[in-house]
Ligand binder design. Structure first.
Ligand SMILES: Cc1cc2nc3c(=O)[nH]c(=O)nc-3n(C[C@H](O)[C@H](O)[C@H](O)COP(=O)(O)OP(=O)(O)OC[C@H]3O[C@@H](n4cnc5c(N)ncnc54)[C@H](O)[C@@H]3O)c2cc1C
Length: 310
């Protein structure tokens, strides 16, 4: 066993460290080769020590939430994938705190159970609080930034509390995309509400989401470039509904979703992404930016050179 694996086991506990762990097990696309090391960290102090060691060793690492917005390379990741396993949630009046490892769904349910309103729109979004804050995830004209007051994060080896105005929130954007940091937890300001009304609102959202594709995916692949530019509709108008490379397919239910219909590879998905980007740019002059995050090495040229053949 190599030194890093031994150190990880010492720090995180033997049962919490895996080597050559398939990332397809940990991403909602169900795609991705092996992570050289995969460590589950169940305490903030452990995380602090781990990151200072990894920085010292110059070992690459990636913080993984639910993997609901990640496309992992078929070659995997030659570094340490870190999964946060602290998920405490608490509140005081309308002020709610959740650890980064808490699932967004658990936070939404917690708020409902304590008669706090403001997060119902997030029902059904697969995310951890860490991944949700990083992406500033959103739906139905709402986003997490609307109710976030502060975020605790590990930056340059120090735990800092950043206030909302320091977080550079925008459409699917946060400060954490600009500077390396690990989100530890977030504080939300909600409002008092009634449990039955909150539950009804959540039910409405569940109904709306039922129309979305159910095959493995990472939700919307491309960002909306501007208001009134409906990516799914533009892709549909290009005749790409159901367009398939290997087992990856533009969903017939929602053209901004690419779904894994069986054994899709990251390369299959990337070929579709590049094909869509090319056609949309030719048609509209707009280069679509991806919302999904790439993990591991991607050989863009080999994909682009072969995509024309599909
Ligand atoms: C079926 C489906 C529906 C979806 N619907 C929506 C939707 O309606 N709206 C929407 O916005 N998104 C949607 N998504 C995408 C996804 O749910 C969001 O992007 C979500 O925020 C991802 O959270 P995650 O915990 O899975 O993060 P991951 O996908 O695991 O990670 C995303 C990024 O966050 C970083 N990250 C994660 N945790 C931390 C941390 N603690 N500190 C620092 N960085 C961190 C990762 O390194 C990565 O760069 C959908 C996805 C699916 C599969």
């Amino acid at each position: 066993m190599d030194i890093l694996a031994s150190y990880l086991q010492h720090l995180c506990g033997k049962e919490n460290v895996k080597t050559n762990e398939p990332l397809s097990r940990w991403t909602t696309f169900r795609v991705g080769g092996p992570a050289r090391y995969f460590a589950t960290v169940d305490h903030k102090n452990t995380l602090l020590r781990l990151l200072s060691a990894l920085n010292y060793l110059e070992a690459p690492y990636f913080i993984l939430g639910l993997g609901a917005n990640v496309l992992a390379s078929d070659h995997g990741f030659d570094g340490v994938v870190i999964k946060l396993a602290f998920h405490h949630i608490e509140h005081n009046d309308t002020f709610l705190y959740a650890d980064a490892g808490a699932k967004l769904g658990a936070v939404v349910n917690y708020a409902r159970d304590h008669e706090l309103t403001g997060l119902e729109w997030a029902t059904g979004i697969p995310a951890t609080i860490g991944g949700g804050v990083y992406m500033n995830c959103g739906a139905f004209d709402h986003c997490l930034a609307d109710s976030i007051v502060m975020v605790d994060a590990l930056i340059d080896g120090e735990i800092k509390t950043l206030t909302r105005n320091q977080l550079n929130f925008g459409y699917r954007h946060s400060l954490f995309m600009e500077q390396p940091a690990v989100i530890l937890g977030a504080y939300f300001r909600l409002e008092h509400g009634q449990k039955d009304k909150i539950t009804a609102q959540m039910q409405t959202i569940i109904e709306k989401r039922r129309r979305h594709p159910h095959e493995p995916s990472a939700g919307s692949v491309f960002k909306r470039p501007r208001d009134n530019f409906y990516v799914g509709k533009v892709i549909e108008d290009l005749g790409l509904t159901g367009y398939q490379v290997g087992d990856a397919q533009i969903s017939p239910k929602h053209c901004n979703f690419i779904v894994n219909t069986g054994n899709a590879t990251a390369n299959d998905i990337l070929k579709i992404i590049y094909h869509v980007q090319d056609l949309v740019e030719q048609k509209t002059g707009v280069l679509l930016e991806t919302e999904i995050i790439f993990l591991g090495k991607i050989d863009e040229n080999s994909i682009k050179n072969t995509s024309a053949n599909n």
